[in-house]
Design a protein around this ligand. Structure first.
Ligand code: SF4
Length: 375
């Protein structure tokens, strides 16, 4: 049985068709088999969908007319409608996509010239969303403000890449799951999307060029480690002790720092890979040099890399960015302890700390946001 729940969005009554972007090669083989079609048609289909980027089934000239009609009735090749684009080709560009059910997600395109997550890539990086809203309620994050609405389907995750490539006129070769939502809370759909994004018959993006970022869902990190793909892992840590983390990240009450680091040991054992930690520096909350000392001790054994991100103000939230002197002092403690660490210095590059702001404004304007849970 094809598990279409991973492929479909929360289908609107007007559009019950399944997104073709969430269908893997084996899903197609199964569906085509049920239609009495030979297996090789699946390869032809994915070539049209991901290789040639067909916009309609009618242009798939090597498929019979009856099959094309059945495909048309059951599947959609629609791109995600673009509601707004902000930024320019030289800076980060934010796409606000309107989903079938009227909800919004943000996707951010970062040009090669802009350093991201502590590194300057020679490739375009796309930051994608995995959920509408987020249930994890980190106190500094815009995405958590209105709570959780729903998971994105695999088709909607892959659809962000396909649409952003077309709208941005770029080929995406680097991806981070750091947009709206907690990707590991949507693991089945994330796993399906990763398969499609990585496969040679799909978008053919190298596994080492895809980073999944999590707030620390320890059991799901262990499950992700079982996926036989050399994807990268980033942890939104933002505190080196339970005391600090408890204050700003409710997820810590469920999976505290010891539990999180046990799951990272599993990851390291499976993947033999370096883990990246994201650490947003917030004045008077987690920017004390004592936190830096504990952070260095905790992360050294993992051969980890730490990206320090000075906090960007979010409307409606009380937190502030520490002084530059304090940021440098924190960085210096880490470096002196032999930890690989970077401090983001670019201005106007706010996608980590301010994810979800654009979407929040749009949904509030349309009355879709019902409650705000800002502290
Ligand atoms: S930081 Fe990530 S996990 Fe936390 S509320 Fe924001 S989107 Fe959710």
């Amino acid at each position: 049985m094809i598990d279409l729940s991973a492929s479909t969005s929360s289908a609107s009554p007007d559009s019950p068709r399944v997104s073709a972007y969430g269908m893997s090669l084996s899903d197609w083989e199964e569906w085509l088999g049920a239609q009495g079609q030979p297996k090789f048609r699946a390869k032809q289909l994915v070539e049209w969908i991901f290789g040639k980027r067909a916009k309609t089934f009618s242009e798939m000239s090597n498929l019979g007319a009856a099959l094309r009609q059945r495909l048309e009735a059951s599947f959609s090749l629609a791109r995600l409608p673009v509601s707004k684009v902000s930024g320019s080709q030289d800076t980060t560009r934010k796409f606000l996509f309107r989903l079938e059910d009227g909800r919004y997600v943000e996707t951010v395109m970062i040009p090669a010239s802009v350093s991201f997550a502590g590194e300057r890539s020679d490739r375009i990086t796309l930051c994608v969303s995995s959920q509408v809203g987020c249930a994890y309620g980190c106190k500094f994050c815009a995405s958590g403000l209105a709570g959780f609405t729903r998971n994105l389907s695999a088709g909607e995750i892959v659809g962000q890449v396909i649409t952003a490539e077309e709208e941005g006129n770029e080929v995406v070769r680097n991806m981070v799951f750091m947009g709206m939502g907690e990707p590991l809370a949507n693991l089945p759909r994330l796993a399906k999307a990763l398969e499609i994004l990585n496969a040679p018959w799909g978008l053919n993006i190298g596994a080492r060029h895809m980073t999944v970022s999590t707030s620390g869902l320890a059991p799901q990190i262990e499950k992700l480690a079982e996926i036989p793909m050399q994807i990268r892992l980033a942890i939104s840590l933002h505190g080196a002790t339970d005391e600090v983390r408890d204050r700003i990240m409710p997820v810590n009450a469920k999976y505290n720092i010891d539990r999180l680091f046990r799951s990272l040991a599993v990851w390291k054992e499976q993947k033999k890979q370096m883990v990246t930690f994201e650490y947003i520096l917030i004045e008077g909350v987690n920017d004390d040099v004592e936190q830096a000392r504990i952070l260095a001790k905790r992360t050294r054994a993992l051969r980890a890399k730490i990206n320090l991100i000075p906090y960007n103000t979010v409307e409606g939230l009380p937190w502030k960015r520490p002084s530059e002197q304090q940021q440098q002092a924190f960085l210096s403690v880490l470096r002196k302890a032999g930890v690989s660490a970077t401090l983001r210095t670019e201005k106007g590059h706010d996608i980590n700390a301010a994810c979800g702001q654009l979407r929040l404004k749009e949904e509030t304007a349309e009355g879709l946001v019902v409650s705000a849970v800002a502290s």
